[in-house]
Design a binder for this molecule. Structure first.
Ligand code: NAP
Length: 302
């Protein structure tokens, strides 16, 4: 039996164990991937800790991971255009990325110029960035306020919005101000009085909350109502009448194809990331949770 990082229960990082897990067969329209790299998302930490157990209950021995890159190992019925051995990166709405083998329904070919680690860092953040920008329907000439502009989703959203001719005001911490400027956004420091700092820069047409850290009251005030405010993770969204954008297959079809092409051409920058062997997933969760590492961790397999 192959191995995976099995979640033996809700709790601290130690619940993650490198253990045997059944080899799944790909179903209709699915492929199985021999995984080389898998991204860790902040959502994985919340799922593991049990904070989301009401909204997203997990079965026993769940394998976390919304994204994985590797080679195609098997194809289910109805799969065309993909051969065994092809390099791909996949978005795993049903989780399972922290494993030697993952089954995927949504994937894109990995160009040779993109590393396995970069490929694994892309899918979940890119899909969310593309999806929310489409839902906000921001157009050229408008101004978008982005909370979390230094994060994995925020960096991608910034670049995609700017490329569409949208002006981006990026609410970031001090350490991400230079990054926001380099990308072409106007940085403002998040935290107390962020609303007045944004107002000083002019009117805002829409707000993308890619931080989820209690910014919705400010967002609504700045956008003139909740209609064009979308959050990825603020649990108070419903209280404010704000849309909580959920990962769903119809949110951003084509997002992986669009963004991997930009990554391959050097036209898309990802949040800084480092890598660790997948067997050390518990330690990787511990480090990300500590807040001391200002970068993402991608799990790798030899
Ligand atoms: N619903 C979905 O489909 C979906 C998909 C992907 C991710 N998510 C969720 O979306 C959120 C962002 O994901 P991510 O991967 O981009 O996370 P990330 O890389 O950790 O980025 C979060 C960013 O938010 C910043 N931040 C913290 N407090 C802030 C505040 N008060 N105002 C503005 N920015 C602030 C952080 O800055 P510092 O470095 O200064 O702390 C960081 O740059 C997470 O909660 C994640 O679980 C949801």
């Amino acid at each position: 039996m192959p191995n995976a990082v099995v979640m033996t229960g809700y709790g601290p990082p130690e619940v993650l164990k490198w253990a045997e897990a059944p080899l799944r067969e790909p179903g209709q329209g699915q492929i199985r991937i021999k995984v080389k790299a898998a991204g860790i998302s902040p959502t994985d930490l919340a799922l593991r800790a049990g904070y989301l157990r009401e909204a997203i209950p997990l079965p026993p021995n769940t394998v976390l991971g919304f994204e994985a890159a590797g080679t195609v190992d098997a194809a289910g019925p109805g799969v065309t255009g993909t051969s065994i051995g092809d390099g791909v990166t996949a978005l795993l709405f049903s989780l399972g990325g922290y494993a030697e083998y993952a089954v995927a329904s949504i994937w894109t070919p990995k160009p040779d110029t993109v590393s396995w680690i970069d490929a694994a860092a892309l899918p979940s953040s890119a899909e969310a960035a593309v999806g929310v920008l489409r839902q906000l329907n921001v157009t050229s000439g408008e101004t978008l306020l982005l909370f979390g502009g230094g994060g994995s989703v925020g960096i991608i959203a910034t670049q995609l919005a700017l490329a569409q001719g949208v002006k981006v005001i990026s609410a970031v911490g001090e350490h991400d101000e230079t990054l926001a400027r380099e990308l072409g956004a106007t940085p403002v420091r998040y935290g107390t009085d962020v609303a007045s700092r944004v107002r000083a820069l002019g009117a805002v047409d829409a707000v993308f909350d890619a931080a989820g850290k209690g910014v919705l009251a400010d967002a609504i005030a700045l956008a003139g109502g909740p209609k064009r405010v979308i959050t990825l993770s603020d649990p108070a969204a419903a209280d404010y009448g704000v849309t909580l954008s959920q990962p769903k297959p119809d949110r951003a079809p084509g997002a992986l194809d669009e963004t991997i092409a930009l990554l391959a051409d050097g036209r898309l920058r990802l949040r800084a990331h480092t890598s660790m062997p997948m067997q050390q997933a518990a330690e990787a969760h511990r480090q990300m949770e500590s807040g001391n590492v200002h970068q993402r961790i991608i799990l790798t397999l030899e």
